[in-house]
Design a binder for this molecule. Sequence first.
Ligand SMILES: C[S@@+](CC[C@H](N)C(=O)[O-])C[C@H]1O[C@@H](n2cnc3c(N)ncnc32)[C@H](O)[C@@H]1O
Length: 279
Amino acid sequence: MLPALAPTNTKDMFHTVEDILQPTEARERFRKHFLAAPVEEEGQKWSELWDNRDFLPWDKGVASPALVDLLATKQDHEFFVAHDNQTGKKKRALVPGCGRGYDVLLLAEHGYDTVGVDISATAIVDAKAWVDVQLDKMEASGVAVPKGKIELVAGDFFNNDWIESLGIEVQGGFDIIYDYAFLVALNPSLRTKVAARMAQLLAPQTGLLVALEYPLFRPSSTGGPPHGIKSEDYEQLFGKKFEKKMHYKPDRTHKVGEGSDMVSVWKRQPAKMQAPLEN
Ligand SMILES: C[S@@+](CC[C@H](N)C(=O)[O-])C[C@H]1O[C@@H](n2cnc3c(N)ncnc32)[C@H](O)[C@@H]1O
């Protein structure tokens, strides 16, 4: 297990459901930050928060406990083996909206060559610094360094430039995507586009989407980010192009989602079973 990075903004952090549902000072500040921004400027609004570095209420400082536990069971699920059984080639993972990269390092520790992308260049600078510190600590304490390669890149999830700059195929270039607080960070009007993009990036037939469903406790009428979502919404977004392989309530998750978070695991359907891609 990695040592926790103490978040810099513990006072403002969204620790509990109440911190998100009640109009606390931090909640109001966060809500207002995005309130008047047109959808196409929301990326810029995230970047402003990262650039100021003093108000990052979503930043937990650690990898998702639910993903830690899921990957610990990978021997029970053939599709989580981090290499191709026939060729031995390592699989490639993607964490969209990776922030400081906690989940990126976790996936690399499990053997995936892992890419973290964030629209904020500052987030990526911070992520690289955090990962470097963790790698030094691991080496110094004799903990095995990650088997997977780590690549952290600034870019817009919807654009191809960052993928091409890494020499990765846009169509089906990734074997696994982990979504925590990315789908719901974006304006709900973009959800269909996010789902279509994830389907495009994942390897047909084998690609896996692991979604930490959050915040299920939040009515969508209360705004965001994070924007409220329901398990049925995941079904609607992914059910046509993916086959649902797992759906469960994790024993452990970030405190704010305890008791409500769900994990779903979706596998890309064979081409003949797919509905046509929107967008
Ligand atoms: C709620 S944060 C979650 C960060 C990270 N997953 C974590 O758990 O700490 C959402 C992240 O998505 C990033 N983001 C927003 N729009 C993006 C886009 N279009 N492409 C890539 N990243 C984006 C933001 O900069 C922010 O870091």
